[in-house]
Design a protein around this ligand. Sequence first.
Ligand SMILES: Cc1cc2nc3c(=O)[nH]c(=O)nc-3n(C[C@H](O)[C@H](O)[C@H](O)COP(=O)(O)OP(=O)(O)OC[C@H]3O[C@@H](n4cnc5c(N)ncnc54)[C@H](O)[C@@H]3O)c2cc1C
Length: 438
Amino acid sequence: MGLLEKNRLLGADNYYETTVAREPASAPLQDNLHADALVIGGGLAGLSAAIELAQRGMQVVVLEAQRVCEGPSGRNGGQVIAGLACGQSVYEQQFGMDTARAVWDVSVQAVELVKQRIAQFDIDCDPVWSYLTAADSPRKQRALADDVAHMRKHYGVDMPWYTGHSLKQQINSPRFLAAAADPYSGHINPLRYGLGLARAARQLGVRIHEHSPVTGLTQPLSGSAQWQAQTAQGSVTAAWGVIAGNCALAWEGPRVARRLHSRIMPVGTYIIATEPVPEALCEQLLPSNAAVCDNNFILDYFRFARDRRMLFGGRVSYTTGMPRGLPELMRQRMVQTFPALRDAGIAHCWGGFVDISMNRAPDIGRLAPNLFYLQGFSGHGLALTGMAGQLVAEALHGTASRFDLLAQMPHRAFPGGAGLRMPLLVMGSLYHRLRDIL
Ligand SMILES: Cc1cc2nc3c(=O)[nH]c(=O)nc-3n(C[C@H](O)[C@H](O)[C@H](O)COP(=O)(O)OP(=O)(O)OC[C@H]3O[C@@H](n4cnc5c(N)ncnc54)[C@H](O)[C@@H]3O)c2cc1C
């Protein structure tokens, strides 16, 4: 079974699908089209690029293998987060403080872009702008305090700090010793957001073909720089191409994308949704109504949805199937965090693949002067994908400074080749997990 199919099965019980009324699927591509730009992948990255290009007057075609945002974009934790999965240190060490600050600014602008789009396209996606990072051991508390001090000193970011009584007024859990608030971040219903972007893209004239997996990407005419994406029954030829297919494309897609394949790893992560719980209990457990993430290497992330379900995410898996006994394991973790939820029924359990890069920095760049790729968001893609799409459009129209700021990061293939890289990643992760536990 291919990764796309496995991905589809992992998402079969996605709670967010119960919160939307999808339009009927658009027709699979059956023509040979010409456009200014072709986009492979109708997740948040592809839709964002399509919107930005269409807003600049280009004719754009999006080819999506499944339904738009049926993959990670429509089934994630909903946490809209400033910053990058790798933290600031990777950029600080590689390029120095000025570059690291510029990258941080782009990540904050990415969150602002989500807010702008919600307003501009009138997207009803339950935004709440409240976010906490929480520490569950003295060592993690020290690490979080160091991060807060570092962000204040070097980035001018003030992150309110909570312990003891003030912590309980933010998050009322016996697990945590301290938490820091992030003044920018928050949470949304990602599928409602993604479908809102798809609607906006169509209104801007973007053609979206669902159930149209791209099977080949070539330059059909010698001497021409044009790209042609082939599907089972048609093709799109365009002067510009954007590859935004994430894990499934990198692992199974057309040959050109295989050059990217060794640089990302699909890692499974999972979420449970409880039955709705009483409003008073939500307020008691999470008075801040924040999205919360702990600062462990393999982290838990959770929040209440608008209909008062606890959405509790975490665990990772380096197999591409659903781990056995998962709902119960996740429930136990949730009850450790909030004992008062011990009787809450589990209504949904689903998962998806995060596109992890070796250093956890986003992997964006060009495979040719007119062929862009966006991948490796490493679990921080809800906001950053949108920005990446905007940066492609800027670069394509001659202002590449922000695109190049992120694209300059070198990315390495996972060591060990196709057979060994998974075990090596597991060993690396187990080491970090052990450190967190100890
Ligand atoms: C369970 C889970 C929880 C997460 N939680 C968070 C969170 O709380 N906050 C956060 O910031 N990030 C989170 N993430 C990560 C975030 O969801 C991703 O970074 C983001 O959605 C990536 O968007 P994308 O458009 O790059 O990829 P995708 O959403 O994977 O979209 C790529 C699309 O390309 C299509 N495609 C692939 N191959 C082809 C092909 N050959 N032809 C045509 N189409 C193709 C796929 O069908 C897919 O729809 C989470 C991810 C998961 C799985």
